[in-house]
Design a protein around this ligand. Structure first.
Ligand code: HEC
Ligand code: HEC
Length: 470
C-alpha cells in the first residue's frame, strides 16, 4: 500500500536534491517560529487565548480584545475586516463570509457564497476557515513535508490552490473579485477608506501622507488585514477540548474520543494524520493532494460542462505546468489539505462544498473506492425500483442502478486520474470490496474530530453516558 510520501513522488518532477529539502526545512521552521510570536513552539497554548478574551469576542466581533494590544496596523485591519462599505454592494465585509462566530468560516450551508455588486453572483469555491493559518509557508512545488520522512511536494500558500503567498497578497483577491467584494480597482477601495470613519487611524498607522499614493495606500490596506489576522488571538485560540487535554492536561478525552484519535493516527486504518498532520498542532501538513470529491451541481459555474476547477493547474492559477509539454499535468486535481481544527463547525466540506456533513465526509473517505456508485453518477444503467437492503443511504446518490457505468472522479478529466492520491483510507481498493473503516471506527473518528472545536467549556462533571463517551 503506497503511503503519503510515495504518492507525492510519483512524478519525477517532485524529486529534489537533499539541499533543497534542507533549505525548505530551514525556511519552514523559521516561519513556524515567526508565526508563533517570538519563538514560541506552535504546540504551546498561547497565553492570550483566555476565556475572557473569547467571551468578549462573542459579545462583539468588532471589538475582539487581545493581549498584547493590537498594533496600529492590526487595529486598522480589524476595522477593515468588518467594514461592509468596502464592497460594491455596500453589504459585504470579509466577516460576511469569514464569520468569527463560525471559526472565521462561512455562517451558512451554501456550497459557495453570493457576492458581487448585487450580492447575486455565486462564488466558485467553499469558504475556508481563517483560523490557524499562521504556519502556512509560501507556496512551493517542493515544500518540505513537515512529518519529516516525506519527499518535498507541492505545498503552502493561501487559498485552495496556494496562489497567494501571504495573507496580504490574499486580501487583495476578495476586495477586487467581481464575485466577492467587487471593487473596480485598488483606488476605489482606498477612496472608501479615506472617506470612512477610521481614516484618522489609518493616517496614524501609516503616516500623514498615507493616502497620497493609491498603490501604496492599497498595499497598506492589505498589510493591515494581514496584521489583524496575524496578531489577533481570536485567529488561534487553541481552546478546543483537544487542546485542554493534549496541551494543558486539564481535561481528558473520553474513551470513544481516544479510540477516534487512534483511528485518525493509524496508518493502516484512518490514516488521516498522514496529511492532516497533528504533530505541529495545525492538523494539516500544508501539502496538496488530489482526493477527487464529486462534482457539485450546486455551484452555478458547474452548469457549463467544460468548466472544471482543477486546483493547482487552474483555472484560478495557470503557472504550474508539466515538465514536458506532452505529459499530463501532474498538478491537476490537487487542492490544499485544510486544517481539521473547527471542522465540526462547518456545514459544507471540500473545495467545492459537495459534502454536507462531517459524518458524510468520513464516509466519503471510507467508501469512495468501495462504493463509488453512491458518490458519483451512473450513466446507462437501469434505475432499481426498490433498492436492495444493503444499498447505503448516506452517499450523494441515493438511486440504485442495475448495470451502467459509474463516472468516478467526475470533476477531473480522465487523463489526470493518475494524480489521485492512493493511500489509506482511499487506497484504490476495488468497488464492492470491504471498506477500511468499521461503523465503530467512523463513530469514534467523528467523536475525535469534534474535540477540535474551539471555545470548549468543560462540563462540571464528565458525563458517564451519551454519544462520544464509552
Ligand atoms: C464572498 C465571500 C468571501 C468574502 C467576502 C471574503 N472571502 Fe476570503 N475566501 C473566500 C473563498 C471562497 C476563499 C477560497 C478562495 C480560493 O480558494 O480561491 C477564501 C479564502 C481566503 C483566505 C485563504 C485561506 C486559506 O485557507 O488559504 C484568506 C486568508 C481570506 N479568504 C481572507 C479574506 C479577507 C481578509 C477578506 C476581506 C478583505 C475576505 N477573505 C473576504 C470567500 C470570501
Ligand atoms: C492524502 C492526504 C489526505 C488524507 C490521508 C486525508 N485527507 Fe482529508 N483532505 C485532504 C485534502 C487535500 C483535502 C481537500 C481536498 C479537496 O477539497 O479537494 C481534505 C479535506 C478534508 C475535509 C474537508 C475539510 C474542509 O474544511 O472542507 C475533511 C473533513 C477531511 N479531509 C477529513 C479527513 C479524515 C477524517 C481523514 C482520515 C479518514 C482524512 N481527511 C485523510 C487530504 C487528506
Amino acid at each position: 500500500m503506497p503511503d503519503h510520501k510515495e504518492s507525492h513522488i510519483q512524478a519525477p518532477l517532485f524529486n529534489t536534491a537533499a539541499k533543497a529539502l534542507k533549505i525548505q526545512c530551514i525556511a519552514y521552521c523559521a516561519l513556524l517560529l515567526a508565526a508563533c510570536g517570538g519563538g514560541d513552539a506552535p504546540t504551546r497554548v498561547q497565553s492570550e487565548s483566555t476565556s475572557a478574551g473569547r467571551s468578549a469576542l462573542a459579545a462583539s466581533p468588532h471589538s475582539a480584545p487581545s493581549t498584547p494590544p493590537l498594533s496600529l496596523s492590526a487595529q486598522v485591519g480589524q476595522k477593515l475586516f468588518f467594514d461592509a462599505s468596502l464592497s460594491a454592494s455596500g453589504a459585504m465585509s470579509c466577516a460576511t463570509c469569514h464569520d468569527p462566530q463560525h471559526a472565521y468560516g462561512p455562517p451558512n450551508a451554501r456550497a459557495v457564497q453570493l457576492g458581487g455588486p448585487k450580492l447575486n453572483s455565486a462564488g466558485l469555491r467553499a469558504v475556508p476557515s481563517l483560523r490557524y493559518k499562521l504556519a502556512t509557508p509560501a507556496y512551493s512545488n517542493e515544500q518540505f513535508d513537515p512529518d519529516g520522512a516525506g519527499a518535498p511536494a507541492p505545498g503552502g500558500g493561501f487559498t485552495w490552490d496556494g496562489r497567494a503567498n501571504s495573507l496580504a497578497e490574499q486580501a487583495a483577491l476578495p476586495l477586487l473579485s467581481p464575485l466577492e467584494m467587487a471593487n473596480a480597482s485598488p483606488e476605489a477601495v482606498v477612496k472608501k477608506v479615506q472617506a470612512g470613519a477610521y481614516a484618522p487611524l489609518f493616517l496614524q498607522a501609516f503616516g500623514p501622507q498615507a493616502f497620497a499614493n493609491g498603490a501604496t495606500a492599497f498595499a497598506n490596506i492589505t498589510a493591515a488585514l494581514q496584521a489583524f489576522q496575524k496578531e489577533d488571538p481570536s485567529f488561534r485560540p487553541y481552546s478546543s477540548k483537544f487542546d485542554l487535554y493534549n496541551q494543558r492536561g486539564l481535561g481528558k478525552l473520553s474513551t470513544a474520543e481516544l479510540r477516534g484519535k487512534a483511528v485518525f493516527n493509524d496508518p493502516n486504518s484512518g490514516n488521516c494524520a498522514a496529511c492532516h498532520l497533528p504533530d505541529l498542532n495545525q492538523f494539516t501538513d500544508h501539502l496538496f493532494a488530489a482526493i477527487g470529491p464529486p462534482r457539485n451541481s450546486a455551484i452555478p459555474a458547474n452548469a457549463i460542462l467544460s468548466y472544471m476547477d482543477l486546483g493547482l493547474c487552474g483555472p484560478a492559477r495557470r503557472d504550474l505546468k508539466p515538465a514536458h509539454a506532452k505529459e499530463a499535468n501532474p498538478y491537476c486535481g490537487m487542492f490544499k489539505t485544510p486544517t481539521l481544527r473547527n471542522v465540526a463547525t462547518r456545514s459544507v466540506f471540500f473545495h467545492n462544498g459537495v459534502i454536507t456533513s462531517l459524518e458524510q465526509a468520513i464516509r466519503f473517505y471510507n467508501t469512495r473506492d468501495t462504493n463509488p456508485e453512491i458518490w458519483y453518477p451512473t450513466v446507462g444503467g437501469k434505475p432499481v425500483k426498490t433498492p436492495s437492503a444493503d444499498f447505503p443511504t448516506y452517499g450523494l446518490i441515493t438511486q440504485q442502478y442495475r448495470g451502467g457505468k459509474v463516472q468516478k472522479f467526475n470533476d477531473l478529466p480522465a487523463k489526470y486520474h493518475a494524480n489521485i492520491d492512493t493511500q489509506m483510507p482511499q487506497d484504490g481498493r476495488k468497488a464492492g470490496s470491504k471498506p477500511p473503516l468499521s461503523e465503530q471506527n467512523i463513530a469514534d473518528l467523528l467523536c475525535f474530530l469534534k474535540t477540535l472545536t474551539d471555545d470548549y467549556v468543560a462540563p462540571a462533571s464528565e458525563p458517564s453516558t451519551g454519544p462520544c463517551v464509552n
